[in-house]
Design a protein around this ligand. Structure first.
Ligand SMILES: [Zn+2]
Length: 714
C-alpha cells in the first residue's frame, strides 16, 4: 500500500457543528472541492460542540442534535472516494457534552483552582482529561470508526490539556510518578514545578502515541493538531468600540503561556509520532504578521524530518468567520506555506453557507498551485544560516514577563534575515547535532538555556570554522534554568561576565561603532545606534570590542553622559578559525519591537562576517517585502534548484493584507553555480532570461505581485 500522505496535500476540513445537518448537501460540497484540486478531505466524525457528538451513526458517542438517520461521515467517504480523494476522520479529541459531565464530573480537566474548562455555562462542551476513564471512552470511539468506515486516516484535534490540569486523576498520577503533590502555582525556577511542566508534556505524548496505535493501519495517515508554534496567547483581544474583549481561547487555560506549552504538546514529539505534521497558523488569534508563517514552518521542517507539514491557514476575516479574506492575503499566505515546506489546509466552518466568492478564490489559487506539485517533494532547503530555537529556553524563561524573551529575539533575527534576503533555516535543539555542519553560521538568539551537549556541539562547530552570532544571555544557563558560571559560552565569546543579572541602563541608550577596520558597517560608523537599554555587562578577554555603550541621558532630551566603556558588540576568533559576533544587548528583540534599520544591517553584517563566505543565492533590486527560499531537488531526471519569491513581508499583525505593491524587475544571483540547461518560471509558465559567467548564474525575474517560483535545471 502506497504511503499516499508523502505526496503534496491540498486539504479542506468539513466542519459540521455550525451547519444544518438535516439539509446539508454533502455531495455538492465534495463535488465543488474538485475545483480546488483538493486531494484530501477531513470530515467531522466527532465534533467539539456539543462536545463529543458524532456525525455518523455511532453506537457509543451521542449523535449531533438533528442528525436523524444521516451518516455524514459515510456520505463524504463515498463522494470523496468517487473523486479519488482521501477522506480523513476528524476527531475533536477531548470534548464531552453536558450529559457526560453530569455523569462523570471527575472526568473533566481542572484548572489550578479546580474550575472546569467549558465553552458555555450549560457545560455543552467540557474538556475531559486523558488521565481519566475518558481515555478508554475515546479509544472505543476510534475503534468504532476504524472498524466500520473506510477512512484513509485520522486527524486528532486538540488531543491536549486545555487547562492546568489538576483533576483528581492527574493529582494521583503525578504523586505516583514523582512522589510530590501536583503544583498549583507557577514557580518557573522550582524543580517540582519544572517536573510538572515536563510531566504534562509526557502525558500528552503518551496519549498521542496510544491514539496513534489504536487508529493506525498501513493505508491510514494519522496525525495530531500542532497549534500555534512559536506564538503566545495574549489575555486580551483588545478593545472594540470601548468594549474590552478577553481572548476566549486564553480563558480556557487560565494561563498566559505559549501555546504548545499550555496544551502540554511537545511539537517535536508529536512530529515524531504522526505520519505527517500538522500546524495551525491562525495569525490573527496570536497577533502575528504573515511572515511568522515562514519562521514557524522553518521550525516545522526541522522537526518534521521529511514528513509533510499540513498547515491550517486562515480563510476568513477572523473573528468574522463567514467573511472571507481578501485575495492578496489568500494568495501570499498560500504561497508562503508552499515556499516554506508546508501543504495548505482550509477549514469550512459553515460548510453549507460559506462566502462563495472567497471560497471560489481559494479553490482557484489551490488549483493553480497544484501544477507546482512535482517541485514540492524530495527537496532540501539550501543551507546557509541556521537559527536555534530552544523550547527549553522558551518554556523556562519566556513565561516570566520580566525577562527578555528568546522567542522575541529569534523572531527579530528572522525578520532581519528575511528582509535582507539571507537564506536561513530554524533548527530545533534535537536537530542541532545532525544538521549544524551543513551551515556556515549558527545564530543563538538569546538562547539562555543550553544543555552541556549542545554547548559542546557549538564549540566543535566553531573549531571547524563555523560562525556564531549570539546575543544577550545565550548559554548562561543550563537546561534547568540554573545560572552556570563555569560552563557557559563566555570562552568562545571571549568575554567575562561582570554581573549575574542583565542591567537596565534607561531607555535612551546608544552605542557607537569603533572604527576597527574588521567589523565595519559604513553607513553607521560615527552614528549613535540605539541599544534599547538592557544588556549583559561583559568585559573583553580575547574578544575585540567593536561597539561601546554611550552613557544615557538622565532625562529624555537631556545631555548624554560620558562613554561608559561598556562593550555593546564584540568579535572573537576562539580557535583561530571560526568567527563569533556577540551582541551584549538583545538586538533581535529590539529589531522586532522597533524596526530600527541599523539593527537589521548589524545583524546582516554579523552573519556575513562570521560566514566568511557569501550567501549562495542573492537578490538584487528586490524590495524588503520579498521573501526568498531556495531548495535543491534530486530526481531521476537529474538535479535542479527551485527558488520561491513571495511578496509577503508585511508587519500587519491583525488586519488582513488587502493589497501589495509589485516589485520591479529583480535579479537573482547564484554563486558557485554550474551552467544550467534551462531556467523557467513555474508560476508564470515562461522561460526566464539568464546569463552564466565564471560560475555565477544571473537570472532576471519580471515584476512580482504575489509570488514567483523559479526552476533551474542542470
Ligand atoms: Zn487531569
Amino acid at each position: 500500500m502506497s504511503k499516499w500522505w508523502t505526496m503534496p496535500l491540498r486539504a479542506i476540513t468539513l466542519e459540521f457543528p455550525a451547519s444544518d445537518v438535516a439539509t446539508i448537501d454533502v455531495k455538492g460540497i465534495v463535488r465543488e472541492s474538485i475545483q480546488g484540486a483538493i486531494n484530501t478531505l477531513c470530515v467531522f466524525a466527532i465534533g467539539y460542540y456539543p462536545g463529543g457528538t458524532s456525525y455518523y451513526q455511532s453506537k457509543i458517542a451521542p449523535h449531533y442534535p438533528g442528525l436523524g438517520t444521516r451518516d455524514l461521515l459515510q456520505e463524504v467517504i463515498e463522494a470523496g472516494h468517487q473523486n479519488n480523494q482521501k477522506v480523513i476522520a476528524y476527531v475533536a479529541s477531548i470534548w464531552g457534552n453536558a450529559e457526560m459531565y453530569r455523569e462523570h464530573p471527575d472526568w473533566a480537566q481542572r484548572k489550578a483552582n479546580g474550575d472546569v474548562t467549558s465553552w458555555d455555562e450549560q457545560y455543552n462542551s467540557v474538556a475531559m482529561c486523558p488521565n481519566s476513564p475518558y481515555h478508554d471512552h475515546l479509544a472505543s470511539i476510534v475503534r468504532e470508526i476504524g472498524e466500520n468506515y473506510d477512512v484513509d486516516g485520522f486527524y486528532f484535534d486538540e488531543a491536549s490539556f486545555q487547562s492546568w490540569c489538576a483533576c483528581q486523576y492527574c493529582q494521583e498520577k503525578f504523586r505516583r510518578d514523582t512522589g510530590e503533590d501536583l503544583p498549583r502555582e507557577e514557580k518557573w525556577d522550582d524543580p517540582v514545578f519544572q517536573r510538572f511542566i515536563s510531566w504534562r508534556y509526557e502525558q500528552i505524548t503518551r496519549w498521542r502515541e496510544e491514539l496513534y496505535n489504536v487508529a493506525k493501519r498501513d493505508h491510514r495517515c494519522v496525525f495530531f493538531q500542532g497549534a500555534f508554534p512559536l506564538a503566545e496567547l495574549s489575555r486580551s483581544f483588545g478593545r472594540v468600540s470601548g468594549i474590552q474583549f478577553e481572548n476566549p481561547y486564553q480563558a480556557r487555560f487560565g494561563v498566559e503561556w505559549h501555546v504548545p506549552l499550555a496544551h502540554g504538546t511537545c511539537l517535536a514529539e508529536t512530529a515524531r509520532i504522526g505520519d505527517i505534521v500538522h500546524f495551525e497558523l491562525y495569525r490573527r488569534a496570536v497577533r502575528e504578521p504573515l511572515w511568522w508563517y515562514s519562521v514557524a514552518l522553518k521550525y516545522g521542517q526541522s522537526i518534521a524530518r521529511g514528513k509533510r507539514l499540513l498547515t491550517l491557514n486562515m480563510m476568513a476575516q477572523t473573528p468574522f468567520d463567514l467573511h472571507g479574506l481578501p485575495e492578496a492575503e489568500l494568495q501570499i499566505s498560500i504561497a508562503e506555506i508552499l515556499a516554506n515546506g508546508g501543504d495548505p489546509l482550509f477549514a469550512r466552518y459553515y460548510p453549507d453557507r460559506v462566502d462563495k466568492p472567497a471560497w471560489d478564490r481559494v479553490y482557484s489559487i489551490l488549483k493553480e498551485m497544484s501544477s507546482l506539485e512535482p517541485y514540492l517533494t524530495h527537496r532540501r532547503s539550501i543551507p546557509y544560516v541556521a537559527i536555534l530555537y530552544s523550547q527549553t529556553t522558551a518554556d523556562i524563561m519566556d513565561q516570566d514577563i520580566h525577562r527578555t524573551s528568546h522567542l522575541g529575539c529569534l523572531k527579530g533575527f528572522a525578520k532581519a534575515l528575511l528582509k535582507s534576503h539571507i537564506l536561513f533555516d530554524v533548527l530545533s535543539e534535537e536537530a542541532l547535532e545532525e544538521t549544524i555542519q551543513d551551515y556556515k553560521v549558527l545564530i543563538l538568539p538569546n538562547v539562555a538555556c543550553l544543555s552541556e551537549k549542545n554547548k559542546g556541539i557549538i564549540r566543535r562547530f566553531i573549531s571547524n570554522g563555523g560562525g556564531v552570532v549570539a546575543s544577550f544571555e545565550s548559554g548562561r544557563y543550563d537546561e534547568k534554568g540554573r545560572l552556570i558560571s563555569q560552563e557557559d559560552l563566555s570562552d568562545i565569546f571571549g568575554i567575562e561576565y561582570d554581573a549575574n543579572v542583565p542591567q537596565w541602563f534607561g531607555f535612551d541608550v546608544y552605542s557607537r561603532l569603533l572604527n576597527d577596520g574588521e567589523f565595519v558597517v559604513e553607513e553607521y560608523q560615527d552614528r549613535p545606534i540605539p541599544t534599547g537599554g538592557i544588556q549583559v555587562e561583559v568585559l573583553p578577554k580575547e574578544a575585540k570590542v567593536v561597539a561601546r555603550v554611550i552613557g544615557s541621558a538622565t532625562v529624555h532630551y537631556g545631555p548624554l553622559n560620558e562613554d561608559t566603556g561598556l562593550p555593546a558588540i564584540l568579535i572573537n576568533q576562539p580557535y583561530g578559525k571560526g568567527r563569533v559576533v556577540f551582541f551584549a544587548f538583545p538586538i533581535g528583540n529590539r529589531y522586532l519591537e522597533f524596526g530600527v534599520p541599523a539593527h537589521r544591517e548589524l545583524i546582516a553584517k554579523a552573519v556575513l562576517w562570521t560566514a566568511q563566505d557569501e550567501p549562495p543565492i542573492q537578490l538584487e533590486n528586490a524590495p524588503q517585502t520579498l521573501s526568498l527560499t531556495a531548495y535543491r531537488q534530486h530526481t531521476q531526471d537529474g538535479e535542479c534548484e527551485i527558488y520561491h519569491l513571495v511578496n509577503s513581508l508585511y508587519d500587519e499583525p491583525i488586519n488582513a493584507i488587502e493589497e501589495v505593491t509589485p516589485s520591479k524587475w529583480v535579479k537573482l544571483v547564484v554563486k558557485g553555480s554550474k551552467e544550467p540547461k534551462k531556467v523557467t518560471s513555474l508560476t508564470h509558465y515562461m522561460n526566464l532570461e539568464w546569463e552564466f559567467h565564471q560560475g555565477v548564474l544571473t537570472i532576471r525575474i519580471p515584476p512580482i505581485t504575489y509570488h514567483h517560483v523559479v526552476l533551474v535545471e542542470y
